[in-house]
Design a protein around this ligand. Structure first.
Ligand code: BJ8
Length: 429
């Protein structure tokens, strides 16, 4: 961090010693995993800067916005419509955590066999490590998997800030009605907390910002279809992770500038790995900052990740909100758009299999690595059908079940190396 933020972190109630330890570990990991990559685009300098200030300058900005009367809203799931938060002049921040620090603290409240993502966000708060949770005025949870919905009950006891949206399990007409009502209920809650009315003009302005961000992310995704790949999977993952934290207008501008550079690279045939490097699609549970483990293993084993069929990835930006002319229509569009996201918490979820296939074709992927966090039942179970579907399409499939620790990194690397070798030989499994 360029400046001394200790006073700010202290005022937010962080555990200063533990927090400094965390930042030191993160900065070493970032240097080893990110800054050591060869041939990175110059436009990544901005995203390196964002990471270096993720607990510093960005928190200063949020606190300034808060002082100016803006509502800081933390979320955990891409079903929560960002447009509504922006329509009340709020700031939306993703709160998922991708490191295992604080897990011991979390295990005093929730079972050991809970997924790392839940233990991560609980642990970061309990260990006094998360300036985002401390800055948030409101935290929006959702009834997706059992682990999350039960953890939110405890998280609310701890933070007194949690509001939960009820997400249906099925995308039936009744499910859609329920979800649309939940979007209305959230709009009322946001209006009640801020005293600001949600008008169609406010929603249009919010939608312009969020759809522009989605378009820039779509552009990045499309550029990854080139061979050689103009950007590494690690860098693309980082950009997707940052999209949940950064100011959306600035993020979009910087990402579009990077995409201009990647366009040039693609025209000139410049890549971060040689043409013909085995191309892998990753599919499954979300990867929050600083969870870079799987991409790092794949790309240090001779493969390149060309896409993520995941919430930190394609599911977050594939569909735009588009046009509407009334508040009611906007709510309808929000419900439709979000129900187009194919999360394993839904049943049935056949469309996710189609998404994997569509992405594989678009990105010319030659194999799928299925990633599920340990104890994440929805994605672990869905791996079975994903495997059958991917193999029926003629591509090899590798199933990885892991958590945030690096203890199994060596073992996963051995399996990934064998998988990439098999892809080179053109075998199926
Ligand atoms: S739309 S994937 S962001 S719910 S990893 S906590 S599912 S046990 S995060 Fe998710 Fe929304 Fe779905 Fe996406 Fe539970 Fe699994 Fe843990 Fe998970």
């Amino acid at each position: 961090m360029a400046e001394d933020y200790r006073e700010m972190w202290g005022s937010l109630g962080l555990n200063l010693e533990a927090h400094e330890g965390l930042l030191a570990v993160l900065s070493d990991a970032y240097r080893d995993i990110y800054l050591s990559q060869k041939g990175r685009p110059a436009g990544m300098a901005y995203f390196d800067f964002v990471i270096s200030e993720v607990h510093g300058l960005r928190i200063v900005e949020l606190l300034k916005e808060k002082t100016a009367g803006k509502l800081i809203v933390g979320t955990f799931c891409i079903y929560v419509p960002e447009e509504l938060i922006l329509a009340v002049d709020g700031v939306a921040i993703g709160l998922c955590a991708g490191a295992e620090v604080g897990s011991e603290e979390a295990e005093k409240f929730i079972p050991r066999n809970t997924c790392a993502l839940i233990k991560g966000f609980m642990g970061f708060k309990l260990a006094g490590l998360c300036p985002y949770v401390e800055s948030a005025d409101l935290i929006i949870g959702e009834t997706t998997c059992d682990g999350k919905k039960k953890a939110y009950e405890i998280f609310d006891e701890i933070t007194k800030k949690v509001y939960v949206m009820e997400l249906p399990n099925k995308k039936s007409d009744d499910g859609k009605r329920l979800w649309k009502n939940e979007i209305r209920r959230l709009a009322e809650k946001l209006t009640q907390v801020t005293g600001k009315e949600i008008t169609v003009d406010k929603l249009k302005a919010a939608s312009r910002v969020v759809d522009a961000k989605r378009r820039a992310l779509q552009r990045l995704s499309d550029l990854r279809s080139h061979d050689p790949a103009p950007i590494s999977g690690l860098d693309a993952l980082l950009i997707n992770q940052i999209s949940f934290y950064d100011d959306p207008v600035r993020f979009t501008e910087k990402l579009n500038a990077l995409c201009d550079e990647l366009d040039e690279r693609a025209k000139q045939g410049t890549g971060v790995a040689p043409k013909g490097t085995p191309r892998i699609l990753v599919s499954g549970s979300p990867m929050a900052i600083p969870n870079w483990k799987l991409h790092w293993i794949i790309e240090s084993s001779g493969g390149i990740v060309v896409g993520e069929e995941a919430c930190v990835g394609e599911r977050n930006f594939r569909d735009l909100l588009g046009d509407f002319s009334t508040v009611e229509q906007a709510m309808e569009r929000m419900a439709d758009r979000s129900l187009g996201i194919n999360c394993a918490c839904f049943t049935p979820n056949d469309d996710r299999l189609t998404d994997i296939d569509t992405m594989s074709r678009k990105l010319h992927s030659q194999g799928v690595v299925h990633y599920a966090l340990q104890f994440c039942t929805p994605y672990l179970v869905e791996a079975f059908r994903a495997k059958n579907s991917v193999e029926a399409a003629g591509l090899p499939f590798l199933r990885i079940e892991t958590d945030y620790s690096l203890e199994d990194a060596g073992q996963i690397k051995t399996r990934v190396e064998a998988f990439i070798e098999m892809m080179r030989d053109g075998k199926k499994s």
